[in-house]
Design a protein around this ligand. Structure first.
Ligand code: FAD
Length: 386
């Protein structure tokens, strides 16, 4: 295995390119956007979501991903893209609180760093939050959580791959695949083509289109999500990740606040980031962080989550299209370090990784979503879009 073409310069493309290039593979990254992380990885909430994941094997994989972020950030770029911060979460109403407790107890049972606390803990962990915004008697604290500057993560990994000889081509859309004897042997773009021993499909929400060029289908749906980013919060900064009922908040690298709401996302279909949704998100965020009244929305981005139908990653080649290796996942910011490493090892050694066995793209995909935060999303969406 000497050469690889990686389609897509998001978190997954960057991680697998880094590991392949380090292993001595000649890597060419082909990206239709004009810069790295121009797709979903540039419009994401990008926190460590390990605590939400079931079943246990998938939880373990996410935990490994979060741990490998720490190791990678220590070896590559200091702590620049990984920002440790406690996650404080509370719910409205008995049923929602019971669900929160159950999840926390499950996480504790799995050895996750998690505790119950009185709401007064917000004064210490997130003093910018209005105490009146939390009507619950109890909050859940995940002390070892983190948020990630995903675009910086992508740039750092691609730069590291470049130091091992990887080339990246931006503004180039892959429009077809070349094949010989049934095997995928390269990619075709307008006026250009590249041959390789393997093509790695890291095209995120565009991954099923790449698969279709080889005559195979990926069980994938696209779920839009909106994030708003403010200019710096005046006075007390936000020092925690906050998961309040119907609004999630986290700090940004520039001292502002990033906001996301599954409720707002559920009504996004067809909307764009200039409709009323960003203002609605900012209003909800301001009810938790009063200081936001003195900020303005600096940016509003809609990202498209690439969501495999059962919520679990799609990793590996399909027998009907050898030479085309798929690497597609929701929650891929958390998972990218471990998925990129394991995928590169499989590709270079030809030995299947047991950790990836549950995630083969040609597995039977049941109707029900296994990923807990996607189940929450589906409950809110009137009809889950295909
Ligand atoms: C609102 C929102 C919140 C989220 N929150 C979290 C979170 O808290 N934690 C978490 O872990 N995950 C989260 N996610 C999910 C996570 O962001 C995605 O799973 C991840 O960014 C996907 O990365 P990727 O590399 O697979 O895809 P992308 O980042 O989309 O990269 C794929 C790239 O492929 C390129 N491409 C596509 N087609 C072609 C083609 N034909 N030719 C060339 N290039 C092509 C695209 O331009 C794109 O740059 C969230 C997502 C959204 C939208």
């Amino acid at each position: 295995m000497d050469s690889a073409v990686v389609v897509g310069a998001g978190v997954l493309g960057a991680c697998v390119s880094h590991h392949l290039a380090r292993a001595g593979v000649r890597v060419v990254v082909v990206e239709e956007g004009v810069r790295p992380a121009g797709g979903t990885s540039g419009a994401t909430f990008s926190t460590d979501v390990t605590h939400l994941k079931t079943p246990y094997t998938y939880y373990r994989l996410n935990r490994q991903g979060a741990e490998e972020h720490r190791l990678l950030s220590e070896t590559l770029d200091g702590p620049a893209w990984r920002h440790p911060a406690p996650l404080v979460q509370w719910a409205d109403g008995d049923a929602a609180h019971r669900a929160l407790r159950e999840r926390a107890l499950r996480a504790m049972g799995w050895g996750h760093d998690c505790r119950f606390a009185a709401p007064s803990v917000l004064r210490e962990l997130a003093p910018a939050v209005d105490p009146a915004a939390c009507a619950a008697d109890e909050v859940v604290v995940y002390d070892s959580a983190a948020w990630f500057d995903a675009p910086r993560f992508v740039r750092t990994l691609l730069d590291a791959a470049g130091r091992h000889g990887a080339e990246a081509h931006y503004g180039v859309a892959v429009t077809g695949l070349t094949r010989a004897g049934g095997r995928v042997t390269g990619v075709v773009a307008v006026a250009r083509s590249w041959s390789a021993d393997v093509v790695v499909n890291c095209a995120g929400p565009g991954a099923d289109r790449i698969a279709s060029f080889a005559g195979v289908r990926l069980p994938l749906r696209r779920v839009p999500g909106l994030v708003t980013e403010t200019d710096p919060l005046p006075g007390t900064p936000l020092t925690a990740i906050v998961a309040a009922p119907d609004i999630d908040l986290r700090p940004t690298p520039g001292g502002g606040v990033l906001a996301l709401s599954w409720d707002v996302d559920a009504r996004l279909d067809g909307a764009d980031a200039t409709d009323g949704a960003p203002r609605e998100l900012h209003r909800r965020a301001g009810a938790v962080l009063p200081g936001l009244a003195r900020t303005r929305i600096e940016d509003a981005r809609i990202g498209v989550r690439p969501v495999p139908r059962d919520g679990l990653p799609l990793v590996g080649a399909m027998p009907r299209a050898p030479g085309l290796y798929h690497l597609v996942s929701h929650s891929a910011v958390t998972l990218a370090p471990v998925l990129g490493r394991l995928a590169a090892r499989e590709i270079t050694t030809g030995r299947p990784a047991t950790e990836l066995a549950p995630y083969r793209p040609d597995r039977a995909v049941p109707g029900g979503v296994q990923d807990e935060n996607l189940r929450a999303m589906d409950r809110r969406r009137p009809a889950a879009s295909p």
